[in-house]
Structure formats: C-alpha cells, structure tokens
Design a protein around this ligand. Structure first.
Ligand code: GDP
Length: 300
C-alpha cells in the first residue's frame, strides 16, 4: 500500500471504516445502500453529489441484481472516482511564457497552511531540479515572512521579503522582478488571508496580481483550504474565488479529522480541480491529487 493510501485511509477513518463495515455485510440490500448514502452525506460529500452517485448505483445494481459485496464495492469505487473526476487536468501551471518564470500566487485564509504548502512545493520543485524564488507578500505578520524564509533556507532558495507592515504588492513585485532577473523557473508568492472585509481582500489580492503582472503573468493561483473546516472551507472558497481567479485548489490537513468528501464539493463549487493535498506538517507531506488514489484511500 502506498504512503498516500495509508495516510488517507488513516485520515478518513470514519468514512473508510463505515463504508468498509457496510460493504462487508453478507447481504447487500436496500438498507445497506441507505446506510451508505447516509455515510456519504455526513462525510462532506454533499447532498447533490451523493444523490447523483446513489442514483447511478441503484440503476446499475438493479440491472445487474448484484448482491456480492466485492462487486458492490467495485461499483461504489467506480462511481466515487467518476464524482471526483479523473479527467481534470491537475498539473501545476509553472511554466512561464517566453523564458519568463512561472508565477504561482498562493491565497487562502490565515492558518489554512499557505506558507507550509509553499515550503513543500518549493522542496518538490527543487528536487526536480528547478530554480526558484519565494516572495513573502504576507507582510502583516513578521512571523509569516520568517516562517517562509526558514522554508526557503531549508531547501536552498532565496526568499524576498519587505518590511513588516509594508505593501504586500511591492514585495510580490520585487520577488517576481528578482525571479526574472535571475532567470529562475518559478516564483512562489505567499499572501496574507485576512478576511476582515471582502473589499479589503479583493483590493489587496487584486493589486498584488496586477502589480506582479507588470513583470510577468501569474500562471497559477492556488487556493489553500483547510479540509477539516468542512462547510466553512466552502464559504471561504466562494469568497476567494469571487475576488481572484483561482486556478487550482490545495486541500490541507487531510491527515487530521477531515472528511474527504469536501474534495467533490469544493471542486464543484469553484469549477477548478484539487491539485495537491497536504497530509501533515512535514516537508514531504504533500502529494499530487489523483481521483483514483484518493478514492482508494477512502475505501481502504
Ligand atoms: P498560513 O497562515 O496559511 O500560512 O498557514 P501555515 O502554513 O502557517 O500553517 C498553519 C498550521 O497548519 C501550521 O501549524 C502548519 O504546520 C499546519 N499545517 C499546514 N499544512 C498541514 C497539513 O497538511 N496537515 C497538518 N496536520 N497540518 C498542517
């Protein structure tokens, strides 16, 4: 079993064990499927997607007359994969045009794991042999820039930072300008996620993006969502996607008490794919997201 699968199976224990318990029954009948339906709804999958999935399952199973738990499990697996959507392009957009660096803006509410995620992505990219600059455009907390710089020195890349309380857009600009001057492959820009007012956030993120783009186009806007926050995470996602064009989602803390069904809801809500998942606080605890890997983690 892969590390990702082990982690996910552990993390989504409630859902995984409930599903496994249900499908391990000798007889799979209508009441089993009612229980499966309830389990899925309570796992943050949402009523709409669950109803769709159960409709497909019921149709197929009544045609096949399936009572064999192994077959039922395989059909449930196939339907879950369909919901998570294996056809979405989940590659990070880190290739800039015309020899410019790819620019990745990382946005999300404070505490969701933005800085940690940037550190993990930086490590992955450095391991692939790419060159980077980090931009500490969260200038509101001195600790945020320190934390990013610590990740930077750990993986051996430069962190561009400004004075505490300085203009985030100007730090982002400086980071991208450095990246362009040095001819690096990618610039990763950390931002503050103060949800004080929507207008404030919109002004700030919009300005950061506009100012960066005086130097080089932003190739990816990653929204970081803490998977343990369930429906709240969805509300945050909506606010951020209203203020900036999000191109990919990172779901963090899936190693905790998160109920993995949120993946499906957040993808539907924003119409953009989950690209990466955070599975812990360590440098290696980030994994590319795949529909199959995720569902296999859920079903054990
Ligand atoms: P930011 O304010 O959005 O930049 O969030 P941070 O990167 O500072 O992370 C906030 C807290 O969440 C820190 O204690 C991180 O170690 C922790 N964290 C980040 N990602 C993960 C994850 O995938 N799993 C777990 N368990 N903790 C995480």
């Amino acid at each position: 079993m892969s590390r990702l699968r082990r982690r996910l199976a552990g993390s989504n224990n409630a859902l995984a064990s409930a599903l496994l318990g249900l499908l391990a029954r000798d007889r799979i009948d209508e009441s089993t499927w009612d229980d499966v339906e309830e389990t899925l709804i309570t796992s943050d999958l949402g009523v709409g997607p669950t109803t769709e999935l159960m409709g497909n399952l019921r149709r197929e199973l009544s045609i096949d007359g399936v009572q064999d738990p192994a077959v039922a499990r395989a059909k449930l697996r196939a339907e879950l994969i369909k919901l998570v959507d294996p056809t979405l392009d989940r590659g990070l957009r880190i290739t800039g045009a015309d020899g410019q660096p790819g620019v990745v803006m990382v946005v999300g509410v404070n505490g969701t794991g933005k800085t940690t995620t940037i550190g993990k992505i930086a490590r992955l990219l450095v391991a692939e042999g790419r060159t980077l600059v980090l931009g500490a455009a969260d200038t509101f907390r001195a600790a945020a820039a320190d934390q990013l710089a610590t990740w930077g020195s750990r993986v051996g890349v430069q962190t561009v930072r400004g004075p505490e309380g300085g203009d985030p857009a100007s730090v982002a600009f400086d980071a991208v300008a450095q990246g362009v001057a040095q001819g690096v492959d990618v610039v990763l820009v950390d931002t503050a996620g103060r949800l004080h007012t929507k207008t404030g956030l919109m002004d700030e993120l919009g300005k950061i993006k506009r100012v960066i783009e005086k130097k080089a186009p932003v190739t990816e806007v990653l929204l970081v969502i803490d998977a343990t926050t369930g429906q709240n995470g969805l509300i945050q996602a909506r606010i951020f996607s209203d203020v900036v064009a999000v191109t990919g989602i990172v779901l963090t803390k899936l190693d905790g008490s998160a109920k993995g069904g949120i993946v499906v809801q957040v993808q539907r809500e924003l119409g953009v794919p989950v690209k990466l998942i955070g599975l812990g606080e360590g440098a290696d605890d980030l994994a590319p997201f795949t529909a199959e890997g995720f569902v296999d983690g859920l079903l054990g």
